[in-house]
Design a protein. Structure first.
Length: 374
């Protein structure tokens, strides 16, 4: 319809995250440095411990000025004692996920925030220098250290990688042979997401690549990144116009004939956008509408999971007969995942046997306060 949909308060409204066990979902926020065009602006947010505070009288609700998270990471000033580097961010938010994956839990790590707030920097970073590497290459390095140790101990380990892009509710395979344009010219069928009663969610037509080593995995990642859809906007010179999903399937076969399997998801989300600040038109405005709509459904799904965990704990506490809370989501909550391709692809990593880490990336600049708050 071309209409821009606003997303629910997620970046600073942590009420429903406070209801979720940290073992299920770990929530952090990261305050990026001021950009060159922002250096003369006053800060709108500050961090002390794991609390984010609104500076001055900007808060629309005067009573709510502080927000607590599992981790609040201040990356505005590299010379400050509380500065959170790329390495520190990894240790706080992602390192534990390696153990979860090796134990058979599905895991998902993603960043959410306004366009230009540092999501891709946090997830991907830059390959050189090493200190600038983001969560994903650090995670792969850590994971394959463990994989090599498992192989040395006699286990067989297999890893398979997919890299998909959700662009205007269409799925693109970033690791497929040939370019996307070549596929259009040859009438090649685009990958489609399906739900199987036994296999769960899968993507028909997406290529699976064997990832035997760290070097091979990073090569696949760099190749896929080079094919991501980007454009220049008033807010971001290299703005992601689609959501990128990297899926690594892990399987371990032990000498005692046990099998451990899990799926690891890293999501580089396109940023939430406002047409007034990004000043996009034409095709970019259509992209904006699809981006904001899918982010809205993702926020709804996470909010539903928060309420589900809280209700489950209440039922467990109140039960006099020791009945356990129902597993999984209600049918209504499951249906929420079908509202967008993004949420359907991530449904296995956000429900059931899963562990999730979410980082809300924020701008410290006063001109971006409305977006950071909402």
């Amino acid at each position: 319809s071309g209409r821009t949909l606003a997303t629910p308060q997620l970046a600073l409204s942590c009420h429903f995250f406070e209801m979720v066990s940290e073992e299920a979902i770990c929530v952090g926020v990261r305050l990026r440095p001021f950009l060159s065009q922002e250096v003369d602006q006053q800060p709108c947010l500050s961090i002390s411990g794991n609390t984010v505070s609104i500076v001055g009288d900007l808060a629309p609700d005067k009573k709510k000025r502080e927000f607590a998270f599992d981790y609040a990471m201040d990356s505005t000033d590299a010379s400050a004692n509380n500065y959170v580097s790329q390495e520190r961010c990894y240790h706080l938010m992602a390192s534990r996920m390696v153990g979860h994956a090796l134990s058979g839990y599905h895991t998902c790590i993603f960043c959410y925030g306004q366009t230009g707030s540092g999501k891709t920097t946090t997830i991907m970073g830059r390959s050189k220098p090493v200190s600038d590497q983001g969560l994903l290459p650090r995670y792969f390095g850590h994971l394959f250290q463990e994989v090599d140790a498992l192989r040395d101990s006699g286990c067989q380990v297999q890893c398979r990688m997919q890299m998909l892009e959700v662009y205007n509710e269409k799925i693109r395979d970033l690791l497929a042979a040939g370019s996307y344009e070549d596929g259009l010219k040859s009438n090649q069928k685009s990958p489609e997401v399906h739900v199987h009663p036994r296999l769960g969610v899968y993507v028909d037509g997406a290529t699976d690549h064997q990832a035997h080593s760290l070097e091979e995995t990073l090569r696949l990642m760099d190749h896929g990144r080079s094919r991501c859809t980007t454009a220049s906007t008033a807010m971001n010179s290299v703005s992601s116009r689609a959501h990128t999903i990297i899926r690594l399937a892990f399987e371990k076969y032990g000498e005692d004939h046990t099998v451990v399997s899990s799926e690891i998801f890293f999501v580089d989300l396109a940023g939430r956008e406002n047409e007034k600040t990004t000043k996009v038109t034409g095709d970019n405005f259509i992209e904006l509408s699809f981006i904001n709509r899918s982010l809205m459904w993702l926020a709804h799904c996470i909010q539903a999971l928060g309420h589900k965990h809280a209700k489950g704990r209440a039922q467990s506490t109140e039960s006099l007969e020791g009945d356990s809370p129902p597993e999984g989501c209600s049918s209504a909550n499951r249906a929420k995942f079908r509202n967008s391709k993004l949420t359907l692809l991530l449904s296995a990593a956000l429900t059931g046997n899963s562990k999730t880490a979410m980082i809300a990336t924020l701008s410290p600049a006063k001109s971006n306060f409305d977006e950071s708050y909402s």
